[in-house]
Design a protein around this ligand. Structure first.
Ligand code: OSB
Ligand code: MG
Length: 371
């Protein structure tokens, strides 16, 4: 496939319900979408960077000029036989993994269409049904959170994850466990604690959690290994794992027992597969993280989640939890058993609703070779 042009655009989509983490409450998303135009074929990718540089240093505004000035020119005009061939071409740019992933994944999407293969098969997936959990943000009251959990359990989700931060943690977990002693429960701190709070973090051990996600600094691996030795609860790393070498290091020093893979955070499908394989070779389970994606990123997460070592329910859930109308058709739907069935159709198995995307577009630009 010859990469003839690349379109970048920003769409704006209000969430049906705000989403609050230890660092921010989000009401509406500004999502950067990317289209690769390859001789009549189109591949779509989503940049999962947030509206602000809070989860990571990347954000919607940093991704745009990085793609326009560096990443798109690195692949434009070239003939590639596979999406993965874009990785060495973009390697000169340091960091900007979410921007790179948007472009690489769009090329995988185009490759799957060109080869008339389902994207999940092209990625090496084997699971035909993926297991779904939900990530529930911090609410205005514990009662509201409990209501939300009841709704998601009734919908069939197989794991509940709540966001925690100081003063919204042990008190909340106590209330959840007294109502639901047996559910699969985990929590995500998004780096809200330090090692000075060890005695407080020990209290999490009483709740029989599947894991505690990223309790310490976003860029730390070493001190998580100190913490893991002190806790019975498994630590899962999210923010601090950017490539397979990070994953190997974290496992070598015992910094976690579970890893969350976000394809944007690790720079694209090629590196996500490597992180997956490193974990599989050490019998460490992984699960697919979410970044409040629109349908395009969501469909890519579904395809990735078919790799065999995605053994724990992911933060990959139904479109309707986020959007009144998703930009793909059909919308992502979750079965009453808490699973998503993977389609055998070529590409992602979801059609991109270009008419709706046009209506949601705040700005767009098409980049050509040599420009
Ligand atoms: O840490 O997993 C996270 C959303 C934005 C930024 C970071 C995280 C999250 C989520 C949302 O937990 C998961 C989802 O998409 O539902
Ligand atoms: Mg997380």
């Amino acid at each position: 496939m010859k990469v003839e042009a690349i379109t970048i655009r920003e769409i704006q989509m209000p969430l049906v319900h705000f989403f609050e983490t230890s660092f921010k409450r989000t009401f509406s998303r500004r999502i950067l979408l990317l289209t690769v135009h390859c001789q009549g074929l189109e591949g779509w990718g989503e940049c999962v960077a947030g509206e602000d540089p809070f989860y990571s240093s990347e954000w919607t505004e940093s991704a745009w000029p990085t793609i326009k000035n560096y990443l798109a020119p690195a692949v434009l005009g070239r003939t590639l036989s596979a999406g993965r061939e874009s990785v060495p071409l973009m390697m000169k740019v340091r960091g900007h993994d979410m921007a790179k992933a948007a472009l690489e994944n769009a090329l995988w999407d185009a490759e799957a269409k060109e080869k008339q293969l389902p994207l999940w098969k092209l990625l090496g997936g084997t699971l035909r049904e993926i297991s779904c959990g939900v990530s529930i943000g911090i609410q205005d009251s514990i009662e509201q959170l409990l209501d939300n959990i009841a709704t998601e359990l009734a919908a069939g989700y197989r794991r509940i994850k709540i966001k925690v931060k100081p003063n919204w943690d042990v008190n909340v977990l106590e209330r959840i466990r007294s109502r639901w002693p047996e559910i699969v429960l985990s929590c995500d701190a998004n780096s809200a604690y330090t090692l000075d709070e060890l005695e407080h973090l020990r209290k999490f051990d009483q709740f029989n959690l599947l894991m505690i996600e990223q309790p310490l600094w976003h860029d730390d691996i070493f001190y998580h290994s100190r913490l893991q030795k002190e806790l019975r609860t498994a630590i899962c790393l999210d923010e601090s794992i950017h490539h397979a070498r990070d994953a190997a290091k974290a496992l070598d020093i015992g910094a976690c027992r579970i890893i969350n893979i976000k394809v944007g955070r690790v720079g694209g499908f090629t590196e996500a597969k490597k992180v997956h394989d490193v974990c599989a070779s050490r019998d460490i389970p992984v699960w697919c993280g979410g970044m409040l994606e629109s349908g395009i990123g969501r469909a890519h997460n579904i395809a990735l989640s078919t790799l065999h070592n995605f053994r724990l329910p992911g933060d990959v859930s139904a479109s309707k939890r986020y959007w009144k109308e998703d930009i793909i058709e059909p919308a992502v739907d979750v079965s009453p058993q808490g699973t998503i069935l993977v389609s055998d159709a070529p590409g992602t198995g979801y059609r991109v609703r270009e008419d709706l995307i046009e209506r949601l577009t705040a700005r767009k630009e098409t980049i050509l070779p040599g420009k």
